[in-house]
Design a binder for this molecule. Structure first.
Ligand SMILES: Nc1nc2c(c(=O)[nH]1)N[C@H]1C(S)=C(S)[C@@H](COP(=O)(O)O)O[C@H]1N2
Ligand SMILES: [Mo]
Length: 252
């Protein structure tokens, strides 16, 4: 069956099942990976509906890319560097030569990559908007290597469902599903607007995810873990966002 007709069929099925009863919809949604990790609690049914609908309709959709003239002249920076402390300052003083990102979990070949290693991988640049949940946004050019390439080199298990990513800030970790992990616009970003990625904007390494709100685009990536369940990460809701009242899936 062609993917488009399969998707149409699924959409129709999901809508029909939703109309017929929550139990049937639940069973169908589970079978097709349409349940987000933060499906419990008072906002759970809403999160599930948003996530399932987006996954059925826009799994392969691209975020809008802009022309060079649209790049914001003075992008808003949500400065977090002081919170990173001395170990980060040391790494920065050495030009991030010793920065490492570990790729582990459900992969055949766990890896530890330096910034130089990442620079040797295929590069892509894209001019996209980053939008904070608080209402502001800016447009910038982001230069980096697609996360998909790194995952392919690591040899992701077919049972994998999520990619979890961490920063030196214990309170900032996130996860995405495999559709977003393999999406061509999901970039391990090393550069911005023709230069290196400034530290304030997440340098040396930021995961840019233009199809979701800014809080999923974490700065200072140190570890990428592939898993089939979010149960054992934090409160098991997928990331810190649902623990503090925000949606795990922040699609825009
Ligand atoms: N490590 C880290 N990444 C982070 C944050 C943070 O505080 N720490 N803030 C997030 C939020 S809420 C937003 S909106 C964007 C802001 O990105 P900007 O500084 O490029 O504007 O970064 C995200 N990534
Ligand atoms: Mo934000």
């Amino acid at each position: 069956m062609k993917p488009i007709s399969r998707r149409k069929l699924l959409t129709a099925g999901f809508t029909a099942a939703a109309a017929a009863g929550v139990v049937a919809a639940d069973r169908l949604a589970l079978r097709h990976g349409l349940i987000p990790p933060d499906c419990q609690g008072w906002s759970g049914p809403g999160e599930t509906l948003t996530y399932a609908t987006q996954r059925l309709l826009t799994r392969h959709a691209m975020a809008r890319e802009f022309s060079r003239s649209s790049i914001s002249k003075s992008p808003l920076m949500n400065e977090v560097v002081p919170a990173l402390g001395e170990p980060f300052k040391k790494l920065q003083a050495a030009g991030f030569r010793d920065w490492r990102v570990t790729v582990d979990g459900m992969v055949a070949h766990p890896m530890t990559l330096s910034i130089a290693d990442l620079r040797m991988m295929p590069m892509r640049n894209q001019i996209t908007e980053i939008a904070c949940e608080e209402g502001w946004s800016y447009i910038a050019e982001w230069i980096g290597t697609p996360l998909s390439g790194v995952l392919r080199e690591a040899g992701v298990s077919p049972r994998a469902r999520y990619v979890v990513y961490f920063t030196p800030q214990a309170e900032w970790w996130e996860s995405i599903d495999m559709a977003d992990a393999y999406h061509p616009q999901t970039l391990l970003t090393l550069g911005m607007n023709d230069g290196d990625l400034p530290v304030g904007f997440g340098g040396p390494l930021r995961l840019r995810l233009p199809r979701q709100l800014g809080y999923k685009s974490l700065k200072y990536i140190t570890r990428i873990t592939v898993t089939d369940s979010m149960k054992h990460f934090g409160m098991g809701l997928g990331s810190v966002s649902p623990e503090t009242g925000y949606a795990w899936f922040a699609g825009i």
